[in-house]
Design a protein around this ligand. Structure first.
Ligand code: ADP
Ligand code: ZN
Ligand code: ZN
Length: 707
């Protein structure tokens, strides 16, 4: 360095680098001016210039001389963006460490995409436009100066709110069935926080559900700035909403799981609606749980977290249950057992399929047994609606040749391709590989290849045959692929243009149907014997939620029903559901989990690997587990930890890539975290080694949803 050169500041910058690059720690750069941690900068990386975040300040000018030759200067700074605050960086650092991802990936992934992509000039232009919009008062609704008055509280709502007001700033489980008035509690608590000058973060599991909550929030808090944050927005909208939150202009931020990473300087409350919903857990890349991070953030910022559900996750339930009742007693428990007004949950009818007459030889059983069909017919005659649930889309899960045994397998995956009749295709739901349905069996030429099993598309067709004249509608991921299609379909249901609505779990969530008086689950047994340890929990939640769709209107609630077609009428899940006894169901599940050493009584991490062959994928896992074993042996910490041998994943080949996994289980979360921290660099190095023999991708899934 030349003595006449200006002094240089050394800054540590995190960049978004792929996991296998091994760039986990901040990289050092030089800057002529001091930069605060949390500032966004553009830095040279290889031959590119990328956006990074100043993470740490290294020692200042004095050692600059030693590094001047090696360190590159920061290319530019995204000026006029207040640095991301300490608490935000602590949240990101925690998430990166807990979920085993690099700091840079975590920090940059959760920013609005435009922030990562704009250079300093583009950024200045964007900022100018945003300021203009903010100054013009966009986002405020001048019309509604006086918001509609809120209903007077039911006793159980009042009690929940009292306890929230008096209680410590801790997580609370708001446990109440659909229609018990949970949303009203969110709104009242939000009102308190806004009045005290705070910001509120409200999370919903799915984009599809944001418009409904948004409408209610907007109506109640007219005159306040409300922003939405989810992946369905344009990049410019997302940046604007995020900036409004970060600059402290937004009062309420409403969003899906990624909203948990919104910087909120005046945060006063976090609401997680339907906290049990699996979509709070990211299922690729950094597999974080937004629900769990909400709890972390609440503790970090000393603000209450309101977790709402009729069927809480067993983790949350265990945390909320008092110690005297076998729980951990860590959260407040606010119970609201009754529905608002006269609304009752529908009566549960368990239809025993083994008592139904057998179909004639060679014919398959009708999709709905005759008593259920009769009950639906009755509804149609009365001008009421029915909802028929089947959790499988497409026409039939597989096509089959009766002559030679050919089945419509996917050439790239170890899975069947689903027959979609509407466009006569065979589609792989794993890799997307799509072909037209062959006219004849590709193996033997037989013209008579037949669909086996049933999806929503076929159910819709069969119901149209069984209920002549009835108007059948369908809602699933196929029907709603196009923008606006879901809204249109829902509107026609609300308008009474549909008598029977066929749908997947998509319709069971959140939608407020007034005229539905019958909900039927056609094949709920599928989940009873699934290998996934959470299958029963998820099924119970889904059926409860579906039941909540019926009888929302007090006028028709009296005779509304929930039908279950089953071969196992005495199964404990259905017996609990009959009484809507979530607590009983949870107690029995928790007992089973304790015996099996599963969450919430144990912590899990799933080590996953992908390669060209099973041997390659499992070879890496084998080595990784060996390293874990060696480490545990050397520390004598092995006792609370169990390492299970690698196995192929349930669908072991997808798009010609073989997948395998190995489970690590620990009675203590901390012991598991310590092990993972220690092994992270070891596994990185091992993966580098194994990659020499060909493709290898790997990742750790901490607190996996399924094993
Ligand atoms: P949840 O969120 O538990 O499903 P909601 O808050 O949506 O329940 O309430 C269900 C219905 O009852 C809604 O139509 C809501 O407007 C109404 N409601 C909620 N609280 C009250 C109340 N205290 N008085 C009258 N109606 C209420
Ligand atoms: Zn054939
Ligand atoms: Zn495939």
């Amino acid at each position: 360095m030349n003595p006449t050169d200006p002094p240089q500041h050394r800054v540590g910058v995190v960049v978004e680098a792929p996991q296998h690059s091994g760039l986990w720690a901040p990289l050092d750069y030089l800057s002529p001016q001091p930069l605060s941690p949390g500032s966004l900068v553009r830095v040279p990386l290889g031959r590119r210039t990328v956006t990074g975040m100043v993470w740490a300040l290294a020692a200042p000018a004095d050692d600059g001389a030693a590094y001047a030759g090696e360190l590159k200067p920061v290319a530019e700074v995204l000026a006029d963006l207040p640095p991301l605050p300490d608490d935000w960086r602590a949240l990101v650092a925690f998430a990166a460490q807990y979920y085993q991802r690099s700091l840079g990936e975590m920090a940059l992934m959760v920013l609005p995409p435009e922030l990562r992509e704009l250079d300093a000039t583009q950024w200045q232009r964007r900022l100018k436009r945003l300021h203009k919009r903010l100054a013009s008062g966009e986002g405020l609704d001048p019309e509604a100066a006086s918001p509609p008055s809120s209903p007077s509280l039911t006793p159980q709502q009042a009690q929940a709110l009292d306890r929230l007001a008096d209680g410590p700033a801790q997580p609370h489980l708001l446990w109440g069935s659909t229609g018990s008035g949970k949303t009203e509690v969110y709104l009242r608590q939000t009102e308190r926080v806004l009045q005290a000058g705070g910001q509120v973060l409200m999370m919903v599991p799915e984009i599809n559900l944001t418009p409904q909550l948004e409408a209610r929030v907007a109506a109640r808090f007219a005159g306040r700035r409300i922003v939405s944050l989810h992946s369905g927005l344009t990049p410019a909208q997302r940046l604007q909403g995020w900036l409004m939150a970060h600059l402290g202009h937004a009062d309420i931020v409403l969003g899906t799981r990624l909203a948990i990473f919104t910087p909120l300087p005046r945060l006063g409350l976090i609401v997680v609606d339907e906290e049990h919903d699996p979509s709070y857990k990211q299922q690729d890349g950094a597999r974080y749980s937004a629900r769990d991070l909400a709890v972390y953030r609440g503790r970090q910022r000393q603000v209450p977290v309101l977790l709402g559900s009729a069927t809480p996750s067993l983790e949350t339930w265990h945390n909320a249950l008092p110690v005297a009742e076998g729980g951990a007693g860590r959260y407040g428990l606010l119970a609201m057992p009754a529905r608002v007004g006269d609304g009752q949950m529908p009566a549960v009818r368990v239809l025993d399929l083994s008592r139904e007459p057998k179909p004639p030889r060679g014919e398959s059983a009708p999709p709905l047994a005759s008593p259920l069909l009769a009950a639906i017919t009755e509804r149609i005659e009365r001008g009421e609606q029915s909802l028929v649930l089947l959790n499988r889309r497409g026409y039939a899960p597989v096509l089959h040749c009766g002559d030679c045994g050919w089945k419509s397998g996917c050439p790239h995956c170890s899975a069947w391709r689903v027959f979609h009749k509407a466009d006569r295709t065979l589609r792989c739901h794993h890799c997307g590989y799509t072909e037209r349905v062959p006219r004849a069996c590709p193996d033997c030429g037989n013209q008579d290849i037949a669909p086996v099993g049933r999806g929503t598309e076929r159910l819709e067709e069969q119901l149209a045959e069984a209920l002549p004249g009835a108007r059948i509608g369908r809602i699933d991921a196929d029907v709603t692929r196009h923008k606006g299609a879901l809204e249109a379909q829902l509107a026609s249901v609300h308008a009474g243009e549909v008598d029977v609505l066929v749908g997947t779990q998509m319709v069971a969530k959140g939608h407020d149907f007034r005229r539905i008086t019958l909900v039927a689950a056609v094949n709920p047994d599928a989940a009873l014997f699934a290998s996934d340890f959470r299958a029963a929990e998820r099924q119970f939640a889904l059926l409860m939620q579906a039941a909540g769709r019926a009888g929302r209107d007090a006028q028709v609630a009296g005779h509304s029903e929930m039908w279950l077609q089953t071969w196992h009428p005495t199964h404990a899940l259905y017996q609990s559901l009959r009484q809507y006894d979530y607590a009983g169901f949870a107690a029995q599940q928790l007992k089973e989990r304790a015996m099996a050493g599963l969450p919430p009584h144990a912590s899990l991490a799933m080590l996953r690997a992908e390669g060209k062959t099973q041997a390659a994928a499992q070879g890496f896992l084998q080595a990784a587990l060996q390293a874990a074993q060696d480490h545990l042996a050397s520390t004598g910490e092995a006792s609370p930890l169990a390492l299970y041998p690698p196995v192929p994943t349930p669908v072991q080949r997808v798009a010609n890539i073989e997948r395998a996994q190995a489970l690590i289980e620990s009675a203590h979360r901390l012991a598991l975290q310590r092990l993972l921290q220690h092994l992270q660099p070891v596994w990185l190095a091992q993966a580098q080694e194994h990659r020499r023999n060909g493709l290898l991708r790997w990742a750790v899934d901490v607190d996996p949803l399924a094993i």
